[in-house]
Structures are given as structure tokens and as C-alpha cells.
Design a protein around this ligand. Structure first.
Ligand code: FAD
Ligand code: PYC
Length: 415
């Protein structure tokens, strides 16, 4: 695959841009691979990329039932931050955030990482205390974040309404090098990089069954035929419960729809990301000028990719009180993704009861920001057969051992 550069664009202009290579090939599945990864979202593709790059494992197939990046990776609000509470969460999310800083250069593909700053509002005394606690935890872990006053918040984001009507803004947690990236470019960058190192990405191919013998996994059944493998890594987000059942084990994961919407494009109005967890809405502005707005997760399990209607009203009510100017905007699109929620709101990266089968799931409403770190840690686990330091705390057996990584109640997250 050719390199992208100003020179390449100029050269292609002479042939009316008809000479570009495809961004990645579309091969037919081979009969056997060293590793089969199910799911070509960000996490599956990043796992394949780091398997090839960090561990030299290149006989890898990523099998995708739709198109790559068409799941939650292409449906999220692209917020990247690492200001978590628990040490194991901070470690993996900060690893991811720091990898994001250089991904465009590494891929030779612009993922539009924009470290514009993420501001988490505190709108109750409880939330203020929780953010202070997170701030101190971040400092101990070496993560750059700071507490800001309402006055500083008004300077950072002038369109904000600090005084209510329901909840005044009492302060906030500011991560200056948090931000956003273009979500599908992240998937495309990993796909391009992995394919360049020999990984086969097979789209429009569903994994319908898992073959096993007494020693463990032997292969998968797909809509394009059977594939043999001794290592299978399931990375299918909202479909994790379904795939785990096909492999012969159960997961402590529930699937619900989480939704988002965007407004018509307007002139630059806001150059950071704001999360208002108490009223529950979050917003940033895309490079096209659309206000990108995230809403709530459905309160019941489902597999729809749209989310319930009442959330649109709740989310917009929250944002109109936080940013009154958006009451004048027309909304352009609304969509949802099926997110995989664990009880402690932390992911699962681990081995499973079936030898040779690995799982990466449970990222729920917050896994876009984790893609590089998760891929790094999952590749290490699959290559070596056992989790390394980054992945080890997130093992599946923490649910039977009662070793929760509480990013739920203790960390005061919104969903
Ligand atoms: P996915 O991208 O969903 O990929 C899984 C893939 O597996 C899919 O492409 C699917 O088609 C495929 N698959 C499933 N079953 C099979 C099968 N049997 N055979 C073959 N392929 C299969 N996170 C953040 O960090 N910041 C945010 O701002 C943020 N906002 C969000 C907003 C919304 C509306 C949503 C829905 C999510 C948001 N998230 C956010 C969460 C984030 O999007 C996800 O955690 C992350 O994208 C999960 O990536 P993934 O690769 O695990 O899953
Ligand atoms: O995890 O930061 C996050 C997030 C924002 C919107 C959805 N998830």
C-alpha cells in the first residue's frame, strides 16, 4: 500500500486520482489462521494490529459480520479521557490516551486526534467531592487533570449557563489533554495498518458457531465456511453474550442501546468537550460545525441500534439548561449503538472457561477512548496466552471472586 503524502496527492492528480491503491484488501478467508478475531470494531482491529506489530503474529483473521467500524466504533461521540478513579482503569485508559497522541503519524493516516480538553461538571456537592477524589487519584497516577472553579469554567466555555435552573455548576474536573478523534478514521487506520502487516480483514461474514474438542477451541463456523484456529478472540461489544453462548460459556454482561444525536452545523461555538453527568448530557462541536450530543442508555435490555425516544427529550432538556443557545438549533440525525454493560462498569479482558478462547468486552458506554490501550493489552494476552499487567485486573473471574473495579457507584459515572 502506498504512503499518503502531499507528493502522492500531486502525483495522483496527473492520473485524475485513478491510481490510488485500495485502503485495505478484501480477501476470502483462508482455511486456517493462528488467531481468529471476531469483530472488526476498534478493539478487534487494534488487537490484530498490535498482534502483528508488537508480537510478530501475522497469520490473523478479523471476521466482521457487517462492515468494519460499523458497530459502536462508528456510532460514538468520540470522547477521549483517562480521568478514571481506580488504578487499573487509569492505567489502561491513560495508556490508550497517550497512544492516541501519535497514532496519525504511526498510521500515516489522519485520525484527527484533537486534545481540546474535557470538562466534567460538578452540579451537586456529592459530585464535587467525587471529582476531587478522582482528581487526587489522577495526580497520584501521574495523569494531568485539575479542579476548576465556576469562574474558570466560564472562561473555558463561555456559552455555558452556570446558574441552573435545576443544578448550579459548582466546579469541574478538567483534563486538558483529553479530547476527541474521528471515530471511523481510528477503525480505518488500524485496519490499514493491520492489513499492511498481513492480517486478513474479512467483512460481510458472520461467525455463527465455535468448534471445540476436549482440549479447547478448534475453529469457527462462518457464513463463508469453516476456519480452523487454536486461538479465538471474541471482541463483539453488544453481541458478546450471543457470541459467548455460541462458544459455550456465559458472561455477566447486559446489552442496552445508548444513543447520540447531532445538530445542524453552526459557526465555532465551543472548543472543548463538556460532560454534565447530573442533568445527563454531553456535548462537543465537530470540525463540520455540528454539535455532537450524547444521551442516556436505555433502562431495559435490547439490541436495537436506535435507542428509545424519551431519551432525546431528556438529553435535550439537560443540554438546553446547560447551554441555552442550543434551544435554537435543529437536530439533524439521531442513532444508537448496542453497548455491553458490566455491573462495575469496567471491561472484561481475559481468558474464558474454554481453552484457547479469549474475550474483550464490557466497555459499555466508554470504550472508544480505550481502543489503543485495549488492543495493546489484548494482543499481549493472546500472543502469550495469559494477561499481562494492563489486562490482568480485568479478568472474567473477578465477578466470581468479588474483586470489582468499581467505576460505577464509587466513581459517580453517569450511565
Ligand atoms: P464495536 O465497534 O461494536 O465492534 C464489534 C463488531 O463486532 C461490530 O462491528 C459487529 O458487527 C461485530 N460482530 C458482532 N457479532 C459478530 C459475529 N457473530 N460475527 C462477526 N462479527 C460480529 N466511548 C467513549 O470512549 N467515548 C464516547 O464518547 C462514547 N460515546 C458513545 C456514544 C454512543 C451513542 C455509543 C453507542 C457508544 C459510545 N461509546 C463511547 C462506547 C464505544 O463506542 C464502545 O465502547 C466501543 O466503540 C466498542 O468498540 P468495539 O470494537 O468493542 O465494538
Ligand atoms: O466515557 O467519556 C465517556 C463517554 C462520553 C460519552 C459516552 N461515554
Amino acid at each position: 500500500m502506498g504512503r499518503y503524502s502531499a507528493f502522492a496527492i500531486a502525483k495522483q492528480a496527473f492520473s485524475h486520482h485513478k491510481g490510488w491503491d485500495r485502503a485495505w484488501p478484501s480477501p476470502e478467508p483462508k482455511p486456517e489462521y493462528d488467531v481468529v478475531i471476531v469483530g472488526a470494531g476498534g478493539h478487534g482491529l487494534a488487537t490484530a494490529y498490535y498482534l502483528a506489530k508488537n508480537h510478530g503474529v501475522r497469520k490473523v483473521a478479523v471476521i466482521e459480520k457487517g462492515w468494519l467500524g460499523g458497530g459502536n466504533t462508528g456510532r460514538n461521540t468520540t470522547i477521549i479521557r483517562s480521568n478514571y478513579l481506580q488504578p487499573s482503569s487509569m492505567a489502561i485508559f491513560e495508556k490508550a490516551r497517550s497512544l492516541y497522541e501519535d497514532l496519525s503519524q504511526e498510521f500515516n493516516y489522519n485520525i484527527m486526534f484533537s486534545p481540546r480538553g474535557v470538562l466534567m461538571l460538578a452540579q451537586t456537592e456529592h459530585e464535587l467531592r467525587a471529582w476531587k477524589r478522582t482528581y487526587h487519584a489522577n495526580r497520584i497516577a501521574g495523569i494531568e487533570s485539575e479542579m476548576v472553579t465556576p469562574r474558570q469554567i466560564k472562561e473555558i466555555v463561555p456559552i455555558i449557563n452556570l446558574s441552573g435552573p435545576r443544578y448550579p455548576v459548582l466546579g469541574g474536573l478538567w483534563q486538558p489533554r483529553g479530547g476527541t478523534a474521528r471515530h471511523d478514521a481510528v477503525a480505518w487506520g488500524y485496519a490499514r495498518g493491520a492489513a499492511e502487516m498481513g492480517v486478513d480483514i474479512i467483512q460481510q461474514c458472520e461467525v455463527t458457531g465455535v468448534d471445540r474438542d476436549a482440549e479447547g477451541v478448534t475453529g469457527v463456523q462462518t457464513t463463508k465456511g469453516a476456519i480452523r484456529t487454536k486461538k479465538l478472540c471474541i471482541v463483539v461489544a453488544g453481541n458478546s453474550g450471543v457470541m459467548a453462548e455460541r462458544a459455550g460459556f456465559r458472561l455477566p454482561v447486559e446489552s442496552v442501546a445508548l444513543q447520540a444525536l447531532v445538530s445542524e452545523p453552526i459557526k465555532p461555538a465551543m472548543d472543548c468537550v463538556v460532560m454534565a453527568n447530573t442533568v445527563h448530557g454531553y456535548m462537543s462541536q465537530s470540525d463540520k460545525g455540528e454539535m455532537v450530543i450524547g444521551g442516556g442508555a436505555d433502562g431495559f435490555n435490547n439490541y436495537t441500534q436506535r435507542g428509545s425516544f424519551h431519551h432525546i427529550e431528556e438529553t435535550l432538556r439537560a443540554l438546553v439548561e446547560t447551554f441555552p443557545m442550543i434551544s435554537r438549533l435543529k437536530m439533524l440525525r439521531q442513532w444508537g449503538g448496542v453497548v455491553d454493560m458490566t455491573g462495575d462498569r469496567s471491561p472484561i479482558i481475559g481468558t474464558t472457561p474454554v481453552p484457547g478462547v479469549f474475550i474483550n468486552c464490557g466497555w459499555g458506554t466508554g470504550g472508544f477512548k480505550a481502543i489503543p490501550g485495549s488492543g495493546w493489552a489484548t494482543a499481549e494476552m493472546v500472543a502469550k496466552g495469559t494477561p499481562g499487567d494492563l489486562a490482568a485486573p480485568f479478568s472474567l473471574d473477578r465477578f466470581t471472586e468479588g474483586r470489582m473495579i468499581d467505576e460505577s457507584v464509587a466513581a459517580a459515572v453517569a450511565h
